[in-house]
Design a protein around this ligand. Structure first.
Ligand code: HEM
Length: 323
């Protein structure tokens, strides 16, 4: 074997493998890169942040609105801004997306970016920056958003269904399967569910837990009574309820509430009663949640992205380019 012993070759091979592994997550994994606009639009993240600050000041509900929008974008055709496209039979018109809001905040951010760097930054990246900023404005940790996504040209209502998006009464097995299909682990699913630390949900999404006799036994009795009071007209109306007891603050209260039988949706409360997810509920009830959430959002933001020459850089948030 000449001057290379098999032991030396094995050492080189292992060293190379480790080196390659530590490079792949940042780039080859999805083709995305932190600082992607460093030369082409260096101020983009500041512009988006400043715009989000204005939108949040005017209406704090844009934070949960935009965070949920990023989730619904990534789970249908990947993080390609397909959820933002307007028109008949687009994702936006689907039942699961009727409650989405905060579009005007993403629109404002995109307009601000376009006036500084026309035709450079995708709506898909702006949505991910804005989701991160929403978390920061509500009190969570920020994270470095890998960028370089391109915008999709297709948006179909029929794909924004239970086929891709979880229903409020989903079982843990269904949740694990759905998140698994997007490359996310059960732990990441539990952490991402913690997004319900901010925002509100309409009564129809948990009627089946409280408007029955007996009520869902996993609900703390006084919490069930309070939900019944807040939702006097089952099945109708637009009344909404806070998703955790500190709903304007991004914190780990969501998990503390679940542990006390005060999880709002079946999908939330169920996490405590399944051996595959219970440990993660407890693991996130303290400060570890903030970092775990940031990491899981990065993982989610890589789902089925378009990069390179695929897709386009949309000029307007809600429209495919016309030329
Ligand atoms: C685990 C499965 C999940 C289910 C079953 C679920 C379901 C729901 C439902 C039914 C609502 C009420 C919204 C409405 O109908 O208007 C809601 C709200 C919300 N969801 Fe989820 N969700 C899940 C995961 C996530 C994830 C992964 C995120 C983000 C990372 C997220 C972010 C939000 C936010 C921020 C709200 C509040 C929205 C607002 O106040 O407008 N959810 N979710």
């Amino acid at each position: 074997m000449g001057k290379w012993s098999s032991k030396a070759l094995a050492t080189i091979f292992v060293t190379l493998a480790i080196a390659m592994n530590s490079i792949t997550p940042a780039v080859a994994h999805s083709g995305l890169k932190v600082g992607f606009y460093h030369h082409s639009c260096p101020e983009v993240e500041t512009i988006v942040y400043n715009s989000m600050v204005q939108s949040y000041k005017a209406n704090h509900t844009v934070a949960p609105g935009v965070l949920r929008m990023a989730f619904h974008d990534c789970f249908v055709r990947g993080c390609d801004a397909s959820v933002l496209l307007e028109g008949p039979n687009t994702e936006r018109t689907a039942l699961f997306n009727r409650g989405l809001h905060g579009f005007e905040a993403v629109d404002a951010a995109k307009r601000a970016v376009e006036s500084a760097c026309p035709g450079i930054v995708s709506a898909a990246d702006i949505l991910q920056f804005a989701a991160r900023d929403s978390v920061v404005l509500a009190g969570g940790y920020g994270w470095r958003v890998p960028a370089g996504r391109r915008d999709g040209k297709v948006s179909l209502a029929e794909e924004a269904t239970q086929m891709n998006l979880p229903a409020p009464n989903a079982t843990v097995s269904q949740l694990i399967r759905m998140f698994g299909a997007k490359g996310l682990s059960a732990s990441e699913m539990v952490v991402l569910s913690g997004a319900h630390t901010i925002g509100r949900a309409p009564c129809v999404t948990f009627d089946d837990r409280v408007q029955t006799s007996p009520v869902d036994p996993t609900l703390a009795p006084n919490f069930a009574a309070s939900l019944k009071r807040q939702c006097p007209y089952p099945g109708i109306g637009s009344t909404s309820v806070n998703m955790d007891s500190t709903t304007r603050r991004f914190d780990s209260q969501y998990y503390k509430d679940i542990i006390r039988g005060r999880g709002l949706l079946t999908s939330d409360q169920g996490l405590l009663y399944d051996s595959r997810t219970k440990r993660d509920v407890h693991a996130n009830k303290g400060s570890a949640f903030y970092r775990n959430f940031a990491q899981a959002m990065v993982a989610m933001s890589r789902i089925e992205v378009l990069t390179g020459r695929s897709g386009e850089i949309r000029r307007q948030v809600g429209e495919v380019n016309k030329y």
